[in-house]
Design a protein around this ligand. Structure first.
Ligand code: AKB
Length: 337
């Protein structure tokens, strides 16, 4: 049987690494990896094609429409929250215009193939905006449709692109071949902060979690840029890959909404520090909050409600806080450094 072609943008990023490694080891699809940076050597054997290029390059995307029969797109490329604040307009171009370009590519592919292309889009807890720490501390698990007033350019971009995907899927052009069908099968996840053993994120604001661990593993001192009582939802990278693929595979008729929260555990920064200390007792962490980064995480919920994902497509993480460290992060990180 012919393998389906899957396009992964932001292929060399954190999620790209996890997703390409997993899909490549399964060997059931042909991967086209697109990134502005050259793809890391270890990922290349898993890919049918690697393309170094920009999602803002419409000529490049146009060539891809005619060259490949892409069935699914995992659009991972994005400028994260902290980095986006340094140059909001550039971030807007990459995060919004880049997504628009990929949605256009998906529509063209769908029309050409006569069936909708699946478009999987990772959004983020950054799409939320909680007005004060007092309100944040009073909330339980936050649902998808609550507190949608993000305070960062990245958060605004994510929230808007969720709507853009919904618009393209349901209110743009229907399929010419089957007018009752949408032109794109757009599905979106709102991720918490992610922690990988294999890569360290760059430019995010939930980065203090993974950075604390990776610094300790390398015996480097770490200056944590948030207060010890800061609480955010997190997830181990294998669960993030699992969520993307479960949503990708879910039967269309089971999906009752376009955007789904997914989460695993919600430790405070201090609890992460204590967990890191358990495995690396020499870890040196100084808490030195950075004003604007602290403000950003204070506007994100401490926990999110993923009950609709659990109900609609059976979402359940494999790793809670203890298991994530004991069975995934620590063994893999010890091998790495
Ligand atoms: C960031 O910190 O910007 C990202 C995110 C939470 O989406 N990790």
């Amino acid at each position: 049987m012919r393998k389906e072609v899957v396009l992964i943008t932001g292929a060399n990023g954190e999620i790209g690494h996890g997703l390409i490694t997993y899909l490549g080891q399964q060997g059931n699809v042909n991967i086209i990896a697109l990134d502005v940076q050259p793809l890391d050597e270890e990922l290349k054997p898993y890919c049918m094609r690697t393309i170094q290029g920009d999602i803002l390059d419409q000529m490049l995307l146009g060539r891809m429409v005619v060259e490949f029969e892409i069935r699914s797109i995992f659009h991972l490329a994005s400028i994260l929250s902290t980095k986006a604040e340094y140059n909001p307009e550039t971030a807007h171009r990459i995060n919004v215009e880049g997504t628009l370009n990929l949605l256009r590519l998906a529509v063209e592919q769908s029309q050409w193939q006569g069936q909708p292309v699946k478009f999987i889009y990772p959004s983020s807890i950054a799409a939320y905006g909680i007005p004060s720490l007092e309100v944040k501390n009073s909330l339980g698990k936050v649902k998808e449709n609550e507190w949608g007033n993000p305070i960062t350019m990245y958060g605004c971009n994510k929230l808007y692109c969720e709507h853009l995907g919904r618009y393209y899927a349901y209110h743009y052009r229907q399929l010419a071949a089957e007018p009752e069908k949408s032109s794109i099968d757009f599905r979106c996840l709102r991720f918490p902060g992610l922690i990988s053993a294999m890569t360290v994120p760059t430019g995010g604001t939930s980065d203090y979690g993974p950075e604390m661990l990776h610094h300790a593993a390398q015996n480097l001192p770490y200056k944590c840029f948030v207060r010890p009582d800061t609480r955010l939802p997190f997830m181990a990278m294998p669960d993030a890959v699992k969520a993307l693929l479960m949503l990708h595979e879910a039967p269309r008729e089971k999906l009752t909404q376009t955007v789904y929260n997914v989460t695993s555990f919600s430790p405070s920064a201090e609890e992460i520090y204590h967990m890191v200390l358990k495995y690396f007792p020499q870890a040196q962490v100084e808490f030195s909050p950075h004003l604007s980064r602290q403000r950003i995480v204070d506007s994100w919920p401490a926990d999110i409600d993923d009950s609709v994902a659990r109900q609609d497509w059976g979402w359940k993480p494999d790793y809670d806080f203890e298991r994530a460290f004991e069975e995934y992060l620590i063994p893999a990180i010890r091998q790495r450094y």
